[in-house]
Design a protein around this ligand. Structure first.
Ligand code: SF4
Ligand code: MG
Length: 274
């Protein structure tokens, strides 16, 4: 009989030491993700992390799985192509708010509507960290800490969860770098969901947005069950403060697999039919 070796979170960490700033929220995402992998007993030889460019996009290098450090904003395109070509793999795309919602914004909305069976983790610190703190699509309009926008960007920020819902994403959750245990549970559920799961993570940039340490006073766990009605979810995402965490919206929908289903079948996503 073969011995089943249960891997621990640290077994999913690579030998590459993270070079994020001390106190960066992305450490917490890395820890939560490796914990989720261990809890799920993920096969690291059949798992691929795909990223774009930016501080958070360094994460695949720190995980002992396959990885692809792509070009700016294109992680989702690469990840979807990989999953369609190799549906047997566990595929995750990850990156930051600048990478994912600016240059990668078009890939994001189309990934939401396409619904390939994979997970997207957006580590949102409302700033371009790697390039020294410029405003991103989620920066508050009056954030005046950047020399490039000394009076604030003056543009209203995206609401990523609302955008994902409007674009057709079937599963939307939010985590917080200050609560890695909850985030780990969210990431495990996201990986198991049969479809495109979007995890919006509030992940503080301690270097360019030190005021984000105040998030811990306003982040709160949403205790109600996930909303499954799209109208109700629209009201939730348009009017919430952006700091409610947990699984927010879940509704199974047919996935895109790149193949044409047989007549009467839309079983493209690992088991469910409509
Ligand atoms: Fe993290 Fe910000 Fe440092 Fe980048 S610049 S590693 S996001 S704290
Ligand atoms: Mg960012």
């Amino acid at each position: 009989m073969n011995d089943v070796i249960k891997l621990r979170p640290k077994d999913f960490k690579s030998e590459v030491k993270p070079i994020w700033c001390p106190g960066c929220g992305h450490y917490s995402v890395l820890n939560a993700l490796t914990k989720a992998f261990a809890a799920l007993g993920i096969d690291k030889d059949n798992t691929v992390l795909v990223s774009g460019i930016g501080c958070s996009s360094r994460l695949p290098a720190y995980v002992d799985s396959y990885g692809f450090h792509g070009v700016h904003g294109r992680g989702l395109a690469i990840a979807q192509g990989l999953k369609v070509a190799r549906p047997d793999l566990t595929v995750l795309a990850l990156g930051g708010d600048g990478d994912g919602f600016s240059i990668g914004g078009n890939h994001f909305i189309h990934a939401c509507r396409r619904n390939v069976n994979m997970t997207y983790i957006a580590m949102d610190n409302e700033v371009y960290g790697m390039t020294k703190g410029q405003a991103s699509p989620t920066t508050a309009s009056d954030w005046d800490h950047s020399k490039l926008t000394p009076h604030g960007p003056g543009v209203r920020p995206f609401k990523p969860a609302a955008l994902a819902l409007a674009a057709g994403a079937p599963w939307i959750a939010r985590g917080y770098s200050g609560n890695p245990n909850q985030m780990s549970r969210i990431l495990a559920e996201a990986i198991e969901f049969p479809g495109f799961s979007f995890v919006h993570v509030l992940s503080q940039c301690i270097t360019f947005c030190p005021e984000q340490t105040d998030w811990k006073a306003v982040v709160h766990e949403r205790l109600e069950p996930a909303v499954s009605d799209a109208d109700e979810a629209a009201r939730l995402f348009l009017h919430e403060d952006g700091f409610s965490t947990g699984l927010l919206y879940a509704r199974q929908q047919p996935c895109y697999s790149g193949t044409t289903p047989a007549a009467g079948e839309t079983d493209l996503c690992g088991g469910f039919r409509v």
